[in-house]
Ligand binder design. Structure first.
Ligand SMILES: *[C@@H]1O[C@H](CO)[C@@H](O)[C@H](O)[C@H]1NC(C)=O
Ligand SMILES: *[C@@H]1O[C@H](CO)[C@@H](O)[C@H](O)[C@H]1NC(C)=O
Length: 324
């Protein structure tokens, strides 16, 4: 669980009060970059290769020219470049900076100014070089985590890169599997709702930063529907062409359980939805019985048959109630 990782790494922090660090990590980053909302471009069009996740990530990470420790206990510098990354030693050395001195040197609280006479500070060029390296890793991790990445609209692509930048490939796959699965079937709205109930969003997204909830917002904006989920239910969910979109309630099980309204996909074309049942009936059978469907005029379900309201007439049911 994420919580264990957090708690474990919190214990490693000695130099600074973690409450303060939380405030810094979750809140002040915002002020550090200042900033407008990002990522609205490309909602209606496929992103392809032309999305730019950099502004969103910079906005979420904030910028600092000297080393600081984030709430997970990780040493970072620049736009949240993690000094514990496998390639950090090499990349930092390439900038002409003594890695050991930087890594073992004193950390500055994120909200405080860097005293560059006492600690190592990077210049703008070095910071942007680090960002370039970390960003290209995040882009490749995002592609690896979601194979149809290029078919997503920019707002969703950028969220996947933002998450990969923060968590890395293994944790994105490990902790956000259901979120990725909803994306995989083109249900952006359900993906966003699922994400909003994860430990990251529920537990570690307080303060005024709200990186996770910000990402949720962008996912909810939706994406273009891709094959074979080409039927658009609403702007943020899709079904297969031969299916029917049914609005129902879905019980999400993440860090917390919650039932939320979603468009779900009925396997029948032009189907009759059975709201509240997570089920649907084929076209021409509008009456939903517990395990079967009845034709018009026969709304009474009894003994696996369909009856008229007065119980006098009987009709044959359709036994294949659809479920989702
Ligand atoms: C890096 O700094 C450390 C002291 O923090 C020093 O011992 C080491 O020799 C330095 N390395 C280089 C290559 O300058
Ligand atoms: C889209 O559908 C969801 C249910 O999945 C609903 O909650 C949401 O309000 C709808 N969004 C729009 C923009 O209509």
């Amino acid at each position: 669980m994420l919580v264990r990782r957090y708690v474990h790494s919190l214990k490693r922090m000695e130099n600074l009060c973690w409450v303060q660090l939380f405030a810094v990590f979750l809140g002040l980053n915002h002020q550090a970059v200042g900033g407008d909302p990002f990522g609205d471009a490309g909602i209606s069009a496929r992103g392809g290769q032309n999305c730019d996740p950099a502004p969103l990530i910079k906005y979420h990470e904030g910028q600092k020219e000297c080393m600081y420790i984030d709430p997970t206990g990780a040493r970072k510098i620049g736009f949240g470049y993690g000094l514990d990354r496998a390639d950090a030693k090499k990349v930092i050395a390439k900038l002409g900076v003594n890695f050991t001195k930087l890594y073992d040197g004193p950390a500055t609280a994120f909200g405080s100014a860097c005293h560059c006479s006492d600690v190592i500070c990077l210049n703008e060029q070095q910071i942007s070089q680090l960002f370039k390296v970390a960003l290209s890793q995040a882009v490749s991790d995002a592609h690896k985590a979601f194979s149809r990445f290029d078919e997503l609209s920019c707002n969703v692509q950028n969220v996947l890169v933002d998450m990969s930048y923060l968590w890395g490939y293994a944790d994105v796959k490990g902790y956000f599997g259901k979120f990725l699965a909803w994306l995989g079937i083109g249900n952006w709205h359900a993906a966003a709702d699922d994400l909003s109930l994860t430990e990251w969003c529920m537990h570690y997204d307080s303060g005024n930063m709200k990186r996770c909830m910000d990402d949720v917002k962008y996912v909810k904006m939706g994406s273009t529907c891709f094959q074979p989920f080409t039927r658009k239910c609403n702007s943020s969910s899709c079904c297969k062409e031969q299916e029917t979109c049914c609005m129902d309630r879905w019980r999400f099980v993440e860090y917390i359980e919650k039932t939320l309204p979603e468009y779900l996909c009925c396997p029948y074309p032009n189907a009759e939805c059975c709201p509240g049942r997570n089920a649907c009936c084929p076209h021409g059978y509008p009456n939903c019985c517990p395990t079967y469907c009845c034709p018009p005029g026969y709304p009474v379900c009894k003994d696996k048959k369909c009856y008229s309201v007065d119980g006098k007439e009987m009709a044959e049911p359709h036994h294949g109630i659809g479920e989702y």
